[in-house]
Design a protein. Sequence first.
Length: 122
Amino acid sequence: MSVTKERVGISSAAGLSLVAGIIIVIGSLVSSFWHMAFFPQMGWMMGQQFASGIVFGSIVSIVFGAIVIGGAILMFKKPLQTRQWGVIVLIASALSFIGMGGFMIGGILGIIGGVIACTKKF
């Protein structure tokens, strides 16, 4: 079984995007649980808007992390549509920075994976 150059590029973009999505989801869950465990009564100091903003950012980032994971899986399963899934991964990774983007590294890896997928030539 021969491995073509395009298939290696697709799998590297899909693999990088998959790792990015996992890091984004884990980072969002850690941020949310950390906030709930250590700062439940911090509303008096920083305001209720700050507390609800962290929870909102975590939920949004979990959703975008799931979109990145789904895009990475479909990028590998449907290689002819890699460019479209790369655009989705790129946008979702950029929007994941609302909730810290998976310790920032997850969002950066997702952007790199999306760019690699978008620049593939078939």
